[in-house]
Ligand binder design. Sequence first.
Ligand SMILES: NC(=O)c1ccc[n+]([C@@H]2O[C@H](COP(=O)([O-])OP(=O)(O)OC[C@H]3O[C@@H](n4cnc5c(N)ncnc54)[C@H](O)[C@@H]3O)[C@@H](O)[C@H]2O)c1
Length: 347
Amino acid sequence: MRFAIIGAGAIAQLRKAAIDRLDGSALAGVFDLAPDRAAALAGRGRAYASLDEALADQTVDTVVVSTPPNTHEDIAVAAIRAGKHVIVEKPMAPTLEACRRMIAAAREGGRILTVGFNHRYFPAIKELRASIASGRLGELSHVRGYTGHTGLSEFKAEWMYAKDVMGGGALLDNGIHMIDLVHHLMGPVKDVCGRTQDKTWQLDRVEDNGMALLGGMDGTIGSVAASWTEWKGYHFYVEAYGTRGMARAYYAPMHFMEVTMDRPGGARRKRRNFYLPTIFAEKFRGWQSTAVQTLMEEMADFIALTQGRAPAGPIASAVDGFRSIEIAQAVYRSAETGSRVTLENAP
Ligand SMILES: NC(=O)c1ccc[n+]([C@@H]2O[C@H](COP(=O)([O-])OP(=O)(O)OC[C@H]3O[C@@H](n4cnc5c(N)ncnc54)[C@H](O)[C@@H]3O)[C@@H](O)[C@H]2O)c1
């Protein structure tokens, strides 16, 4: 599989590292509005002079779109029309209409389009998913997720907190991963209630805290809290509670814990995983080592999809990307109107 990367910023560095390490994949070239950045990332690959030049490269099978979110639609749709498969980084796009058009283009063109929800591949998240699927927790009751970082000091560019570029604040930034994880683990969501706040940073139309309550089709409840005022630094966790136990995935450091009972309130068994290889890798090679590993697994699944094989892992589809944006926007509507918002039929 030969990749072209569009947008040579922070996440693209990690994508390239993952492509370089993934068997059978290679970086064909890079395009960025800043030619020096494209050349630096491309290495032995091509630094394209334009998007059109990248899309005209017949050796490219897949385009990775790692530019700011308000450019995702145009680049992804052009790539699909040029016959390429596409991986688009999160958030899929700032508007639902853009997500719909991207999905329609992929279906019309018969190309694979996925969204970069690599947090699904964090080892503790995979273990949490397996714990729910094993039935050890009993019948799933609720899933709750939290993600937070320190907000403005965290951002390297202004577009990262611009409403027209991102489509929102904390819920579209780190929160979109958590919305996806809770949705992924609890199952289909029917409706959403939520509240947002902008007390701390007071930015134009973007929240620094967003909280959502998700009603599942099968009665499972989900909760998501996304924060740009997590003064202790970046971390996230997801917890799943069932009739006979609970499990928790925490990062960072990576940690998993499961408590199960033979019957509600019965004898308790506790199991923990501290992921020492992951923790050591991060200590010596930085947090990027985990991100690169997750991107490799995500891209292996992506390649399987393009070859008509079943993916081994939990890759997020374009419809999953759409749903995450829809849930975030439902929080905004619920916060404005004070009402519960029912989700539309997925495209
Ligand atoms: N999966 C994750 O956890 C994760 C982490 C970081 C960023 N992201 C997402 O990846 C995307 C990029 O984020 P980043 O942090 O790498 O941003 P960045 O600002 O570091 O890099 C963006 C790059 O895109 C280039 N660019 C902008 N518009 C362009 C265009 N129209 N054509 C070509 N190049 C263009 C810029 O010059 C810049 O080099 C965003 O959607 C972001 O939300 C995902």
